[in-house]
Write a protein that binds this ligand. Structure first.
Ligand code: ATP
Ligand code: MG
Length: 442
């Protein structure tokens, strides 16, 4: 089929000519590599670990490719579990660290010749479970920069596909015929965007061109897999750049149809500014090592569709809060058809939304009750994000900030001042009515 010819000999970069030092490889990954080597198997570090080390970046995890079969891995490592839906992998566990070990696999077309792989009508890989040689394992990988192998025998780097040159030039290049490779597995389109955004690499022309046309193929990918990929795109520290590339290639609209539709009817730049602010915040937190939650991320990504739905639903009979509850449930359930959001995130996401009107109720015991709500902090951050982009009065966010920072006496004072209906509150109400009346805002 379309896979490129396997060259007779790969390029070997000896230890003296690259600067991957063992000191920067996880000791547990080294343990696995040495144990495999000593047992007589081929064993290499591969994928993101090698790529990131060559780029001088900290690898997220370490993957290993080996000639040992899964059953052999199980006898070699007691702390080993076989996993895998599409193909079998071994997870070797050391406390909290998991080293992923995969047996060399053949490219999918070779597997097909042997009757051990299957493609859908659209050319999607359904099964590819044929073991292969070291060379074959390199050619079935996605990008050249992800197909570099670190050899534990002599610490050299083995390059079958030209990845070392592409790393040097900052180029992202699919191995083989790009269109065929995207059709085999449309998630590769998201991986292209992710690596381009994260590493600041340029997607080479032939790998870039099919993206615009093939984007709709993503709609057929399992929603659970898309959830994992979306988290990597938006919680990997390059969310803003990923978002912009996804939109550029028409991929975002396949992942978040309602949000894309809302962005198309954008007024005064509001939804776009809101989203960019949310993603900037996420990037800042990730890069400062602070925790981020998918609940907040999805709450931000889907907020504009929720707002539009509330506006359609709310009328004299149905108040704002019930309308918000219905809208939240509808938007969440529509989105789940594309990207499955586990309940432990979708429930808090909906709470972040439905808490929003409660921030305007500043009388009596309500504020202190709201502060005790388990989702208060996330909902408050969300409120302030809305204030930052001018969706609501900045004074509201400031008031809640002061309420949290001050002592008991100060809190009493704030609550009393909010109890007085004159002034700020009335002004705010008038303004929100004026907003609703603007035709461009409907
Ligand atoms: P990171 O872990 O930093 O996100 P990575 O490149 O290591 O990046 P993984 O998802 O851990 O990504 O995959 C490990 C390796 O497996 C990749 O480097 C690539 O060689 C191969 N791989 C992963 N996904 C695919 C795919 N969809 N098609 C082909 N090869 C893939
Ligand atoms: Mg990895």
């Amino acid at each position: 089929m379309n896979s490129p010819p396997v060259p007779a000999s790969p390029r070997i970069i000896p230890r003296a000519e690259h600067d991957i030092s063992r000191a920067r490889i996880s000791p547990n990954a080294l343990k696995v590599l040495y144990r495999l080597k000593d047992a007589g198997y081929e064993a290499y570090l591969v994928g993101g670990g090698v790529r990131d080390l060559l780029l001088g970046r900290e690898p997220k995890d370490f993957d290993i490719a080996t000639s040992a079969r899964p059953e052999e891995l199980q006898t070699l490592f007691r702390n080993c579990r076989l996993i895998g839906r599409r193909f079998r992998l071994a997870h070797v566990r050391f406390g909290r660290e998991i080293i992923e070990v995969a047996t060399f696999r053949a490219p999918h077309d070779i597997a097909e010749d042997e009757g051990d792989a299957a493609l859908s009508e659209e050319g999607r890989i359904l099964r590819d479970n044929v073991y292969g040689t070291f060379e074959q394992d390199a050619w079935r990988r996605d990008f050249t920069i992800n197909a570099l192998y670190y050899d534990i025998r002599d610490f050299s780097v083995v390059d079958h596909t030209g990845g070392v040159g592409d790393i040097r030039e900052g180029v992202l290049r699919l191995i083989g015929d790009p269109e065929v490779r995207y059709r085999e597995d449309p998630v590769r389109m998201l991986r292209a965007v992710r690596f381009a955004a994260k590493l600041g690499f340029r997607i080479e022309a032939a790998s870039e061109a099919p993206l615009f046309e093939l984007a709709p193929l993503l709609a057929d990918v399992a929603p659970a897999r898309l959830f994992d990929e979306v988290l990597k795109l938006f919680q990997g520290g390059a969310a803003v750049q990923s978002f912009e590339l996804l939109r550029h290639y028409g991929l975002f609209g396949v992942l978040f149809p309602a949000t894309e539709a809302a962005l198309a009817r954008e007024v005064d730049g509001f939804p776009l500014t809101f989203l960019l602010r949310a993603l900037e915040n996420t990037d800042r937190r990730v890069n400062e090592g602070k925790p981020v939650t998918p609940a907040f991320l999805f709450a931000a990504l889907l907020w504009e569709p929720v707002r539009l739905r509330v506006r359609d639903l709310a009328n004299d009979e149905l108040g704002e809060l019930p309308a918000l509850q219905i809208a939240a449930a509808e938007v969440a359930s529509e989105q789940t058809r594309r990207i499955s959001l586990p309940k432990r995130f979708s429930l808090p996401m909906r709470e972040i939304w439905t808490q929003q009107p409660r921030f305007s109720q500043r009388q009596g015991k309500r504020p202190m009750r709201l502060m005790a709500h388990p989702r208060f902090r996330a909902a408050y951050d969300f409120l302030c994000l809305r204030a930052q982009v001018g969706e609501i009065d900045a004074e509201l966010c400031e008031w809640w900030t002061r309420l949290q920072e001050t002592d008991e006496a100060g809190q009493q004072q704030l609550l009393e001042s909010a109890g007085r209906p004159e002034g700020a509150r009335r002004k705010r109400r008038r303004r929100s009515r004026a907003r609703k009346a603007k035709p461009s805002d409907a």
